[in-house]
Write a protein that binds this ligand. Structure first.
Ligand code: GMT
Length: 377
């Protein structure tokens, strides 16, 4: 099948999922076309059946805001015609589902009928899409998608609660290539990051307020009071500066490393002992799944879809949002001795296996087939 994938090309979870899906689909013999404003960050290998088409938005001084949706829908029309794309899969409702719908309508004028699958990722529903300035357009584009999927049951429930949706929503969880994590590195560069006796705690995100970065620092502060430990903060975002300040105020700045965005997540997770994700909202928590797949137990909040990923007392622990004392207590329980830690590491990996790419990607393929069957040619 020739599939056009529209996504954000950034480090955000939705872009990562879309990119990994495209790579997996290409591996299964499909021809995949990424259509977005920049080459997706995790797409470093262009092969004969993976293509990238850049959406250019020319600057024009009349516009206070450059009309990306317009440029995207025009590009979709051109690429569908040029490459005979048979299926559009748009990730993140805003503005991708809206632009995709416009492209579909323009193509229909030329008797080209193409189905659109829309995948909801989280903030497009729970934070941004829900704002009154976007809500009618988001409802419209969800209801006018041929197939709608959400990355967790929790996000499906949120979507049905917050919007007036008359479309069935299929839950297709995020996934991870377990085989790719099997033999990641021969030399684990742990000693570059911490001393032998220190536990390495990791947080990876876009450091936005929704991730509750101050809670990450508070939890770590409690841990480091009880045992030698280092905290690795991976990612860039608006909360970085205040987090660095908080570390200074607590006098733990020498134990916390802010390493910025990274394309070497597996390497970092390879030498991590514990992953912290105390988010305010999280429709799924892909970063937690990535950690688990690398054998890193997770201390998280119990918001949104996290309980569908992190198994209480098995792959880690979940606490109420903001309950840093409970999170710190659970972290210390996991880290208290090597045998206990090893046990959680093994189980974290085991839990991640049900989200293996090979179990999830066929679900998307079946939905593509179903979407094609809905088309009236
Ligand atoms: O979490 C982020 O800040 C990034 C965001 C995104 O939209 O790219 O992630 C959302 O989609 C991910 C992939 O499906 C999910 O794993 C994240 O839980 C979800 N984030 C939120 O719901 C806050």
């Amino acid at each position: 099948m020739r599939i056009g994938i529209v996504c954000y090309p950034t480090f955000g979870g939705s872009g990562v999922v879309a990119t990994e899906l495209g790579i997996a689909l290409a591996g299964r013999g499909h021809e995949v076309h990424f259509i977005t404003y920049k080459q997706p960050v995790r797409l470093d290998l262009l092969s004969h059946n993976i293509h990238f088409h850049e959406v250019l938005v020319p600057d024009y001084p009349l516009f206070l805001y450059q009309p990306y949706e317009l440029a995207l829908s025009s590009k979709l029309v051109d690429m569908v015609k040029l490459h005979k794309i048979e299926m559009l899969h748009v990730h993140y409702a805003i503005p991708h589902a809206y632009a995709g719908y416009m492209a579909k309508k323009m193509l229909e004028e030329e008797n080209i009928f193409i189905p659109m699958v829309t995948t909801l990722h989280g903030t497009d529903i729970t934070l941004v899409g829900n704002h009154p300035v976007y809500k009618p357009a988001v409802s419209f584009s969800i209801n006018n998608s041929d197939i709608v999927t959400s990355v967790s049951q929790s996000l499906k429930d949120d979507t049905l609660r917050l919007f007036d949706i008359d479309k069935e929503i299929h839950v297709v969880p995020n996934f991870i290539d377990i085989a790719g994590k099997e033999n990641p590195f021969t030399e684990c560069q742990r000693e570059l990051m911490a001393k032998k006796e220190e536990r390495i705690i990791t947080h990876i995100s876009n450091l936005r307020p929704v991730k509750r970065i101050a809670d990450v620092i508070e939890i770590f502060d409690c841990i480091q009071k009880e045992m030698p430990a280092k905290l690795l903060m991976v990612g860039e975002g608006p909360e970085k500066e205040s987090a660095e300040e908080l570390c200074k105020t607590k006098g733990i700045e020498h134990k916390v490393m802010f390493v910025g965005n990274s394309n070497e997540i597996d390497k970092i997770l390879c030498f991590s002992d514990l992953f912290l994700l105390p988010s305010e909202k999280e429709s799924f928590g892909l970063a937690a799944l990535e950690a688990m797949a690398c054998g890193v137990p997770v201390i998280s909040s119990n918001t949104g879809g996290l309980a569908e990923v992190n198994m209480q007392g098995v792959s880690g622990f979940l606490s109420n949002v903001g309950d840093v004392d409970d999170m710190a207590k659970n972290a210390l329980f996991i880290l208290k001795d090597d045998a206990q830690l090893m046990d959680f590491k093994v189980k974290a990996k085991e839990v991640s296996i049900k989200f293996d790419t090979k179990n999830i990607v066929p679900l998307y393929e079946s939905l593509y087939e179903a979407a094609l069957r809905t088309m009236v040619f």
